[in-house]
Design a protein around this ligand. Sequence first.
Ligand SMILES: *Cc1c(COP(=O)(O)O)cnc(C)c1O
Length: 399
Amino acid sequence: MAQARLKPVFDIDRTVDALRRALPADAARAPLHEPRFAGREWDYLKECLASSFVSSVGAFVTRFEQQMAEAAGTARAIAVVNGTAALHVCLLLAGVRTEDEVLAPALTFVATANAIRYCGALPHFVDADAVTLGVDPERLADHLRAVGERRGGETINRRTGRRIAAIVPMHTFGHPVDMEPLLALAEEWGLFVIEDATESLGSRYKGRPTGAWSRLAAFSFNGNKIITTGGGGAITTDDERLAQAAKHLTTTAKLPHPWAFVHDQVGFNYRMPNLNAALGCAQLEQLAEFLAAKRALAERYREALADLPGVSFVAEPPFARSNYWLNALLLDERHAGEREGLLQRCNEAGLACRPAWTLMHRLPMYRDCPRMDLPVAESIERRLVNLPSGVGLAPAGGG
Ligand SMILES: *Cc1c(COP(=O)(O)O)cnc(C)c1O
């Protein structure tokens, strides 16, 4: 009996102490994700101002697009104003129309679902995989067999009568979705695949970067992402025709002419300003360094949490190399009720920890959307805590 009493149990203070020890001793407070500007950001911004090209045309935009294509492992990258706009245009180029359904994770940031609604389509929510935290291809296969019907080359949701046009796998916190079975499933059901790679710049699935696994992918360079342009995004593709269409649609669909203003469709002003691209060029030059730092920090958390009862560190899937954009721990299901207490103690101790997003099907505008059963996403929602993950928190020598 005495031994049973000595058995270690989950303890909030011990967990907070372990997280603190994973961080540099001199970090008085640890924001969730602070950007770092230690490269040529100032030089490029000054150069940009001196050129007077601060807006939507300029040399840094072109240069950023080339650097970004290289980083993403694709032939082309089109810089845009933010990641949400990138997703919106990807969906339009994929042929998503009003009254379509688009498969998307329930566990995601709201932009994934919003971009689908911007096209007049409806998100159809898919459950998460317990390891990747992204779309679970195996359970999705069962769901499609239950609700899907192939009709004239298209997939129809038998329950709603609507076409299921596409799927948007999101690489949660940088951890890649299991893409090979997902692509096979998409092929079987004729679904256009668009990776939401907004969190996973620099992550690799089976050696190839995320974003290079689908015909179109969306990236974000918001202030809290692994690299930032202030606000910004990119569309990546290997398809030259799609790249040209993406550029056209995001630049007001203006026909090239030295002075005449002729537009051939309702385009968008989704251009990334040159000023933001200048920042992005300097940031992308540091990507390898940022990745090393983030992986070193993840390793510190993994070690710190390894022997603690009641919690586990969210590690990269075995087939992937994650950018560890946002570190996370999961409380064991029986301690889920102590999550708010842990968040409170962490934040009091200067660690800006956060819960996962409220699942999409709980938000008022998405409550009535079609969905499969979501037990794994709902369990993750109850148990997950995101940990401070900025590059500046990496151990010395880690980056
Ligand atoms: C960051 C993010 C986006 C895009 O965000 P923007 O702020 O529009 O750049 C989209 N989806 C997910 C999952 C994200 O994390």
